[in-house]
Design a protein around this ligand. Sequence first.
Ligand code: CU
Length: 173
Amino acid sequence: MTKLSRILALVTLSAAMFAAPVRAEDVKAGDLVISQAWSRATPGGAKVAGGYLTIENKGTAADRLVSVSADIAGKAEVHEMATDNGVMKMRPLDKGLVIDPGKTVKLAPGGNHLMLQELKGPFKQGDKIPVTLQFEKAGKVAVSLDVQGVGAQAPGDGGQMMKKMHDHSGMKM
Ligand SMILES: [Cu+2]
């Protein structure tokens, strides 16, 4: 092996390492980039689950997430959290969710989310749940939700946050 071919082999090897699959794949649709799509495992027979993801609009015009559908859910909606008489409640976003140009919109626990209802089966940690997003401009976009642990607060969390919080509550300051 010449010095050059050894270098080339190294370069090829490191390129292959960088190309290794990451957990949540980015999905590009027109000017939109959708990433970190995830959900949570459904505990004992639950028929509803939230869906969370990040939508970045790299274009110069606003787009709108109009609706969502999934084979596993009899009904799916885009929800927002709103305060009603001092109580946080969720409700469907009838006009959809606007993603302004140059902005990133994050659907996350406690905020906007996808609501999958009338589930035909449980979500288990490690599952990938295919859902179809419908955008006004970008059209239909297929993504899959990476199912995390029951108490997860973020993708890849697997319920660690919950455990950490419990640890803290037991700590004497
Ligand atoms: Cu909801």
